[in-house]
Structures are given as structure tokens and as C-alpha cells.
Ligand binder design. Structure first.
Ligand SMILES: NC(=O)c1ccc[n+]([C@@H]2O[C@H](COP(=O)([O-])OP(=O)(O)OC[C@H]3O[C@@H](n4cnc5c(N)ncnc54)[C@H](O)[C@@H]3O)[C@@H](O)[C@H]2O)c1
Length: 241
């Protein structure tokens, strides 16, 4: 029997990269899936290849759209057990050239959106008697780097949001943990940066989305049943330096 047999999981950013690889692994482990993404074409096509998946086009920064995701998911599957709160954006811009609009857009998706998705998850889990949230932060939630002030500030926020929610709901059977990836080979990483990022990583390669999916499965399943408020760093050794 699969580790997620009979469970329903919502995955934001489920059309691409780490979210899509996690959807594939969760499906293999028996989960029913609700994939949420802005990219409707990619998301619909991908969902149709999975055994039991609903795709919903939604923007995680829009409160009403996020609420609608949970309403639709509950209507189709009855109950949501797992939320992989993973959609995000990132771009390198020197801070002295960073417009306030770009700062706000990054923090809006990478922190505000994560809050909205997590809050609605908690509201749904309180009705169910429990559930699991896995937030995607980053190794840059733990350490700094030049040229990514907004992203790094938002991801640091996700790490501490995760601690705070983990504590706040620890006695309500709601676990909240974060995945902190290093450099992973997904469309978020520009082709021309890949060689430099490999060189910066002690293992001298990029991580694969499938390697992230295995860590997410650990955090989402009963294998991590005594973990909450934690962040799991999976970065090829980057933050150990
Ligand atoms: N790839 C890496 O090196 C790396 C490293 C650390 C953290 N992360 C984080 O992993 C997560 C997944 O990224 P990925 O690498 O798979 O990139 P990706 O670009 O392949 O996937 C991100 C997905 O999120 C969706 N998305 C973006 N904004 C959205 C919004 N407002 N509402 C709904 N969906 C939205 C995109 O359409 C895309 O499909 C992100 O939070 C990212 O910050 C990635």
C-alpha cells in the first residue's frame, strides 16, 4: 500500500519543477491530487496524465481564488489531508536596481501567498481534525546571497512562518514543516546560470526535482510524524560550507 493511500493533497506550483515531480511521486504513493498553478495549459495537460488529479488555475496571492481552491477540492474529494505550499518566483536583481514593485511582487508571491495557502489549509484541517502542511522555503531562507534581497527575505520569512505555525497548531494534529532546496534543475533557474550554480555546490551538480519530491514525501507522510516547525535543508552541501 502506498504511503499516501486514501489521502488528498493540494500542490501549489503543481504544473512544473518541484511541484510536478512531487505530484508524480504522491500519485505513485496513492494520493488524489489537486494541482494549483497560474499556468493553465501546462497544469491541465500534466493533470490529465495522472491517475486522479484535478487542476485548478489560481493565483496564490488572491485570497478569493485560494479560498475557491479549497472549496472546489473539498467538493470533489471530501477532505484535504496534505498541502504542499510550493508555488514561488525568483529573479536575481542587484538591490540598488530593485524597484519597489519588483520587491512587492516577489514578497507577495513568496511570502504573502504562502500565508494565504497555509491559513486556508489550517481552516480546512481544523474541520477534519488534522493535516499536514509542507512549505517550500529555500536554503536562502537560512543564508544570504547577493542580488536576491526580496527572495531571500521572503524565504527567511517562510522558515520562521513555518516555526510559528508549527508551534501554534502542534496540539491540534496539524504539522507544519518546510523544505529548503539548494539549486535544483527546474525552469526557475536560467540556463546560462547552471554552470556557475553547479560550481557553487559542494556536490558539483544541480539537484533534481525528484530528489526534492522524496524529501517532501517524508515531510508529508507519517514517516515524519514527530516533526513540526522544522525546516529540512536538501542542498548538496551548500549551507554546510
Ligand atoms: N529550483 C530551485 O533551485 C529552487 C531552490 C530553492 C527553492 N525553490 C522554490 O521551489 C518552489 C518551486 O519552484 P521550482 O523550482 O519548481 O520552479 P518552477 O518555476 O518550475 O515552478 C514554480 C511554479 O509556480 C507557479 N506559480 C508562480 N507564481 C504563482 C502564483 N502566484 N500562483 C500560482 N502558481 C504560481 C509557476 O507557474 C510554476 O509552475 C518555489 O517556491 C521556489 O522558490 C526552488
Amino acid at each position: 500500500m502506498g504511503k499516501l493511500q486514501g489521502k488528498t493533497a493540494v500542490i501549489t506550483g503543481g504544473a512544473s519543477g518541484i511541484g510536478a515531480a512531487t505530484a508524480q511521486l504522491f500519485a505513485k504513493e496513492g494520493a488524489k491530487l489537486v494541482l494549483v498553478d497560474l499556468n493553465e495549459e501546462k497544469g491541465q495537460a500534466f493533470a490529465s496524465e495522472l491517475p486522479d488529479a484535478l487542476f485548478i488555475k489560481a493565483d496564490i496571492t488572491d485570497e478569493a481564488q485560494v479560498q475557491n481552491v479549497y472549496a472546489q477540492a473539498t467538493e470533489k474529494y471530501g477532505q484535504i489531508d496534505i498541502v504542499f505550499n510550493n508555488a514561488g518566483i525568483g529573479k536575481v536583481t542587484p538591490t540598488h536596481e530593485l524597484s519597489y514593485d519588483e520587491w512587492r511582487k516577489t514578497v507577495n508571491v513568496d511570502l504573502d501567498g504562502v500565508f494565504l495557502v497555509a491559513r486556508e489549509a489550517i481552516r480546512a484541517f481544523q474541520k477534519n481534525g488534522g493535516g499536514v502542511i509542507v512549505n517550500t522555503a529555500s536554503m536562502y531562507g537560512w543564508v544570504g546571497s547577493p542580488g536576491s534581497a526580496a527572495y531571500n527575505a521572503a524565504k527567511g520569512g517562510v522558515v520562521n512562518l513555518t516555526r510559528s505555525l508549527g508551534l501554534e497548531y502542534a496540539d491540534q494534529n496539524i504539522r507544519v514543516n518546510a523544505l529548503c532546496p539548494g539549486f535544483i534543475d527546474t525552469p526557475i533557474i536560467p540556463e546560462e546560470s547552471k554552470d556557475i550554480l553547479k560550481e557553487m555546490t559542494p556536490m558539483k551538480r544541480l539537484g533534481q526535482s525528484e530528489e526534492m519530491a522524496k524529501a517532501v514525501l517524508f515531510l508529508a507522510s507519517d514517516d515524519s510524524s514527530f516533526m513540526t516547525g522544522s525546516s529540512l535543508v536538501v542542498d548538496g552541501g551548500y549551507t554546510a560550507q
